[in-house]
Ligand binder design. Structure first.
Ligand code: DHK
Length: 151
């Protein structure tokens, strides 16, 4: 199957995740975002999915991409970065679409500052993966693949 024929998984990364690699590596790991994207594309293609991997520092852009993901997308993997803890707009966008959304965080947000313990996204997401570094994105691909097999 060619890349364009495979079902698509949209992977959305929020603010400051473009700085991965140099940003607080003890918390977020040493892999850069392009490295994570390349790893995911390879993993997903072995599962029969194409990955559309994106990053934005802007809340409205993430909302636009989530709405766009409502069509012809098998699932959305979302690391909304700090917007996780602040954004009703991103929450409402997820609630508005039928496409399953998996919330991912590199760090264990529950082992960090109290303001990171609350997510506006978790209860409208299909599931949450956090604390496993970049492996969390890989687990989220496998979660979407398993859910589609079961359904
Ligand atoms: C990434 C961020 O940028 C933080 O604002 C979140 C999340 C945690 C992560 O662990 O991937 O609090």
């Amino acid at each position: 199957m060619s890349d364009t024929e495979m079902p698509r998984i949209l992977v959305l990364n929020g603010p400051n995740l473009n700085l991965l690699g140099s940003r607080e590596p003890e918390t977020y790991g040493s892999q850069t975002l392009p490295e994570i994207g390349a790893m995911l594309k390879e993993h997903a293609s072995g599962r029969g999915f194409a990955v559309d991997f994106r990053q934005s520092n802007h809340e409205g852009t993430l909302v636009d991409w989530i709405q766009e993901g409502a069509d012809d997308t098998a699932g959305i993997i979302l690391n909304a970065g700090a917007y996780t803890h602040t954004s009703v707009a991103i929450r409402d966008a997820i609630a508005a679409i039928k496409t399953p959304v998996i919330e991912v965080h590199l760090s264990n947000i529950f082992a960090r500052e109290e303001f990171r313990h609350h997510s506006y996204i978790s209860d409208v997401a299909e599931g949450v993966i956090c604390g496993f570094g970049a492996v969390g994105y890989v687990l989220a691909i496998d979660a979407i693949a398993s859910m589609l097999r079961v359904k």
